[in-house]
Design a protein around this ligand. Structure first.
Ligand SMILES: [Zn+2]
Ligand SMILES: [Zn+2]
Length: 155
């Protein structure tokens, strides 16, 4: 005899609110529930995927299919943002360490390639040496400006 599923109506899992039971049962006998996502979409979710336990490595469903997909994309962006933030922090630190031994103007340049693009600038200075050992600003898409003979390298 399959046990009666616990009534989950009204329970909230991430963006999903359980709204009504489904007739569907998984092969393991788990009940499915219709859940409404905060975006208004509904999704049928098996009860074993509705869990607040995120510490165990267990797949849980917390949004409708399209929101879940969007969140994956956002997750990737967030990761890139974190890496970019890290690059800017490192550049800032490198530049502070170099203060006095490089032209002051370089300290006013954007910190990274992405930073320069954001500001509509063409040069940036991360405070790192190029592969040939120059200490000089870079051009976006163009690489080290000392390599290009556009600016003398700092010592
Ligand atoms: Zn949704
Ligand atoms: Zn160079």
């Amino acid at each position: 005899m399959p046990s009666r599923p616990r009534n989950r109506i009204g329970e909230v899992y991430g963006q999903l609110t359980v709204v009504r039971p489904s007739e569907r049962r998984s092969r393991g006998g788990n009940a499915y529930w219709w859940c409404r996502c905060s975006c208004g979409c509904e999704r049928e979710v098996p009860s074993d995927k509705l869990s607040h336990n995120t510490t165990r490595r267990k797949a849980t469903v917390t949004a409708c299919e399209s929101c879940s997909r969007e969140r994956q994309v956002e997750g990737v962006c967030a990761k890139n943002d974190r890496e970019e933030l890290e690059r800017r922090r490192a550049a800032q630190q490198n530049r502070l360490d170099l203060k006095g031994s490089i032209p002051d103007a370089w300290l006013k340049l954007p910190l990274t390639d992405a930073h320069a693009r954001e500001l509509g600038a063409v040069k940036f200075f991360r405070g790192t040496r190029c592969l040939r050992g120059h200490l000089a600003p870079y051009r976006i898409n163009g690489g080290c400006m000392a390599c290009a003979g556009q600016i003398p390298s700092a010592e």
